[in-house]
Design a protein around this ligand. Structure first.
Ligand SMILES: *[C@@H]1O[C@H](CO)[C@@H](O)[C@H](O)[C@H]1NC(C)=O
Ligand SMILES: *[C@@H]1O[C@H](CO)[C@@H](O)[C@H](O)[C@H]1NC(C)=O
Length: 416
């Protein structure tokens, strides 16, 4: 009983504290500039720094697939579609491939959904191979580098490993034909076969208009200490437990379901976006993959993301100062989450909130249409521009070949 009263007092103390904090923060400067080069990089304008050639493919590789299933436009993998549209009208696009720095092949490889909206990656390898076959026989640019100056958008859970189960994804590895290309992917985990050096990690797609429509006044007090909505267990796919989220989400539930500082549940309320704007900390634990749209939501709604995913590589980590914005908690430390979060000094919380309030942070997480300066599209281009000029060693001698067209599972070699 006494313990409960103490916790209640703490909560009260925090919310009063927070209200004072919010008040001060409102009167003083609203946002904090990001120190060092990181902030400057986010502000970069890619126009004039690179030229991208967009291959014209038959519509069966992109537009026709989308016509069959418009759900792909709102899915968390929709970045591949919006990036294509963005590039078609972007000033970085060149119609002259001879002057291009980068080549882009618009394949909607994630637009194959089950009736429940789950993405099936099984056709993607054949589709990618077919598209590469096409560009390599119709244009000379693929053969010149075997893809080293080409980029591909692969937003699947395990990116170009093209399987939704991690062990199968690891067994498959990155599609052999993509091994020299630059991959733009949501999956980011250090020392993992599905992430190779040089990939650009992007945020998952979260619908910008919908989020915009749920914005509440920034002066609303943050009276929720810790917020999370989502699965703790995935009984259907992991009946024994322990595989899903490597047990981290189960541990959150088991340790804190009765803790009044933790507003956690599996039920997704209609006020989900508003609630995040009323919370100080938003949990972003891994699920089947280390990333989830919660990270985007937390940043956009100014809720400090508590990242629980060992070895995660975060979106645009070379441009966004994640250490300044978020809290990183090791998966094994989940049982200590309450102590960890309550011992963060209030000044540090306020500082993180000010950095989060910087519009550049939010812009970099979103794929708005039409595109806007500093948004995720621009950050992808900035990432590609920073890789220029290409090293001369990427250009192959005439007739030289490195890739093996018949490597990989035999099923992938069938025509698409
Ligand atoms: C590229 O190389 C492949 C395999 O060697 C060949 O079949 C194809 O014709 C080449 N493409 C062009 C445009 O020459
Ligand atoms: C290409 O891969 C296939 C299948 O793994 C293998 O049998 C073949 O020897 C490889 N070719 C070369 C030139 O390495």
């Amino acid at each position: 009983m006494r313990k409960r009263r103490l916790v209640f007092a703490l909560l009260l103390c925090f919310s009063t504290f927070w209200r004072i904090g919010a008040f001060k923060f409102h009167r003083a400067q609203k946002t904090e500039r990001i120190s060092g080069s990181a902030g400057d990089v986010l502000e970069d304008d890619p126009v004039g720094r690179l030229k991208v050639f967009v291959y014209e493919l038959p519509s069966k590789y992109n537009k026709k697939i989308l016509l069959k299933d418009p759900r792909c436009l709102t899915h968390m993998f929709a970045a591949e579609i919006f990036m294509h549209r963005f590039l078609l009208s972007s000033p970085v696009r060149t119609l002259n491939p001879d002057e291009a720095d980068w080549f882009y092949t618009p394949v909607y490889a994630t637009c194959d959904l089950t009736p429940n909206g789950l993405p099936l990656p099984f056709k993607s390898p054949r589709m990618m191979r077919s598209a590469i076959q096409l560009i390599s026989s119709n244009w000379p640019y693929w053969n010149a580098t075997e893809g080293a100056d080409h980029f591909f958008i692969v937003p699947h859970d395990f990116a170009a490993c093209f399987h939704y189960l991690e062990e199968k994804a690891i067994e498959r590895g990155i599609l052999p034909l993509l091994q020299r290309a630059t991959l733009v992917q949501t999956f980011g985990q250090r020392n993992h076969v599905c992430l190779k050096d040089g990939s650009i990690i992007i945020p998952p797609y979260a619908p910008p208009q919908k989020m915009q429509a749920h914005l509440i006044s920034p002066s609303t007090p943050r009276s929720i200490f810790v917020y999370f909505r989502g699965l703790f267990y995935d009984v259907g796919n992991d009946p024994e437990g322990g595989y899903y989220a490597r047990g981290a989400r189960a541990s959150v539930w088991e340790n804190f379901k009765d803790n009044p500082l933790f507003d956690i549940s599996t039920e997704h309320p209609t006020t989900y976006y508003e609630d995040m704007q009323r919370a100080i900390f938003c949990l972003c634990p891994l699920g089947w993959a280390p990333w989830s749209p919660r990270l985007v939501e937390a940043v956009v709604f100014g809720c400090i993301p508590v990242i629980i995913a060992d070895d995660i590589v975060l979106p645009f980590a070379d441009a966004i100062p994640w250490e300044d914005i978020g809290i990183f908690v090791a998966e094994k430390d989940v049982p200590k989450l309450d102590t960890i979060l309550t011992s963060i000094p209030i000044e540090e919380i306020l500082r993180k909130q000010r950095v989060l309030a910087n519009p550049s942070m939010k812009q970099a997480m979103l794929f708005p249409h039409p595109a806007q300066a500093r948004d995720a599209f621009h950050q992808i281009l900035n990432g590609l521009a920073r890789k220029l000029p290409h090293d001369r060693s990427i250009y192959l001698r005439s007739g030289e070949s490195i890739l093996n067209w018949t490597a990989g599972p035999v099923g992938d070699l069938k025509p698409w």
